[in-house]
Design a protein around this ligand. Sequence first.
Ligand code: SF4
Length: 64
Amino acid sequence: MAKTPWVDKDECIGCELCVNNCPNVFRMDGDGKAECFDASGATEEEIQSEAIDACPVSCIHWQE
Ligand code: SF4
C-alpha cells in the first residue's frame, strides 16, 4: 500500500510551498494550514523532494 504524507498542522506555518510544488497532493485548509488531499497526486519521490524535504519547518511526514 502506498505511503501517505500528512501535515503536522501544529507546526505548519502556512507558507504554501508544498501546495505550490505538489498542487495535486496538498491544499490549504480553512485555517491556513496545508493538508494532503490525494497521496497519489505525485510520485513518492516527488513528494519527498518537493514537499517533505522542501518544507521549511519539516512538518510533513510519511504515514505508512
Ligand atoms: S511547506 Fe510545510 S510549512 Fe509550508 S505550507 Fe507546506 S506543510 Fe506548511
